[in-house]
Design a protein around this ligand. Structure first.
Ligand code: ADP
Length: 383
């Protein structure tokens, strides 16, 4: 068994590549190191290679090229049940004819030489920790979705793995329960300290749960960083667009002296920004990104642009405004008190310190320096 000392493990991905039999490249040149005890989420659109990556760690898929090492040891040639891993799936895959107790004990019986009494003790301890001790003699069909989810998680925990792999484990739950289980899983992971890799297509889940996030697109790593890194300092336009809801706004602009100009937009930027853009950008067209919450609605004529109000959406504590800015949609998140009339003309204002600028050809964030800092403004900087 890899690293069988019962503690958490680190996971190193070294140039991992996966090509399926049909020639489909699912994962390409993936490099990353997940630290001992970390909660890392892999997020990306459908088909981006998230499950493939997880299944390669688990040993359910062969690695085509490169290697995955757990605590420094290659997983190649190591059978799935000897990798110190427990998985929780979207389909809980509970055995319907077995009680909760038997479902939880089954894996232990197969993979350990614990006695029946020891197994029973561990199952009861884990059930208590998960708050399902009263359900031990029920069958899965008698349980609610949330309870089934807890049993599936409990069944993974009882094996005391070094690594949890979770593939969209909450996606079958209703919205409220999902938010609750998110917190519950997070707390559990913190208490257990077990290295966890969690796959989701839900960027909000990724932002709220993780120590660090892997963003994948078309099998390639886009960025690996803390939720703050990913949100405040996206590496490229894909990450900026994928993370955040409502999504970041993008406008085509050009640099004219130290002013960014586009359809209906004029924004002065610091000289340092202008210099950097001139030296780094591969084309004259740039993509200006601004998050909906970084925009203020002001009087027409004030601000950096003028727009008309298309839709006002009430989102509880906030309103989402959908504006027409010279033919482009501009999403704005404002406090619920701000409620301009439909078709009204409004000013759109944002600070140069809040913008993101992307190379139109490569998608790269032009304002990120090599040491991961953001070039302008009072934006949060890494320590
Ligand atoms: P995700 O989990 O992000 O939705 P997957 O890892 O399931 O993505 O899939 C990545 C790519 O690999 C997709 O293009 C998918 O069609 C392909 N793929 C996944 N599983 C197989 C398979 N068993 N055989 C062939 N191609 C597959």
């Amino acid at each position: 068994m890899i690293g069988s000392d019962g503690s958490a493990a680190d996971i190193e991905f070294d140039g991992v590549r996966k090509v399926y039999d049909g020639g489909e490249v699912a994962v390409e040149g993936f490099d990353a190191t997940v630290e001992d005890g970390e909660f890392v989420t892999i997020v990306g659109p459908s088909g981006s290679g998230k499950s493939t990556l997880l299944r390669m760690i688990a040993g359910l898929e062969e690695i085509t090229d490169g290697d995955i090492r757990i605590d420094g040891e290659s997983v190649r040639g190591v059978a799935p049940q000897r990798r110190g891993i427990a998985m929780v799936f979207q389909e809980y895959a509970l055995y319907p004819h077995m009680t909760v107790r038997k479902n939880m004990a089954y894996g232990l019986k197969l993979t350990t030489d614990l006695s029946a009494d020891e197994i029973d003790e561990r199952v009861e301890e884990t059930a208590a920790m998960m708050g399902i001790e009263d359900l031990l003699d029920d069958k899965p069909a008698q349980l609610s979705g949330g309870q089934q989810q807890r049993v599936a998680t409990g069944r993974a925990i009882v094996r005391d793995p070094q690594i949890f792999l979770m593939d969209e484990p909450l996606s079958n739950l209703d919205a409220k329960l999902k938010v609750h289980m998110r917190t519950e899983l997070q707390r559990l992971q913190e208490d257990l300290g077990t290295t966890t890799i969690y796959v989701t297509h839900d960027q909000e889940e990724a932002l709220t749960m993780s120590d660090r996030i892997v963003v994948l697109n078309e099998g390639e790593l886009q960025q690996f960083g803390t939720p703050e890194d990913i949100y405040e300092r996206p590496a490229n336009e894909f990450v900026a667009d994928f993370i955040g809801s409502p999504a970041m706004n993008f406008f085509d602009v050009e640099l004219d002296g130290a002013t960014l100009t586009g359809e209906g937009i004029a924004l002065d930027v610091p000289g340092g920004v202008a210099d950097r853009v001139r030296s780094e950008a591969s084309a004259s067209t740039l993509r200006l990104g601004i998050r909906p919450e970084d925009i203020d609605v002001v009087d027409p004529g004030d601000g950096v642009a003028t727009a008309t109000v298309d839709v006002v959406e009430n989102a509880g504590s906030d309103n989402y405004l959908y504006l027409d800015l010279a033919g482009a949609e501009c999403r704005v998140r404002v406090p619920s008190g701000v409620k301009p009339a439909l078709d009204a003309e409004v000013g759109v204002d944002f600070a140069a310190s809040d913008i993101h600028l992307f190379d139109d050809a490569t998608g790269h964030n032009l304002l990120l320096t090599d040491d991961g800092r953001h070039l302008v403004g009072e934006r949060e900087q890494p320590a």
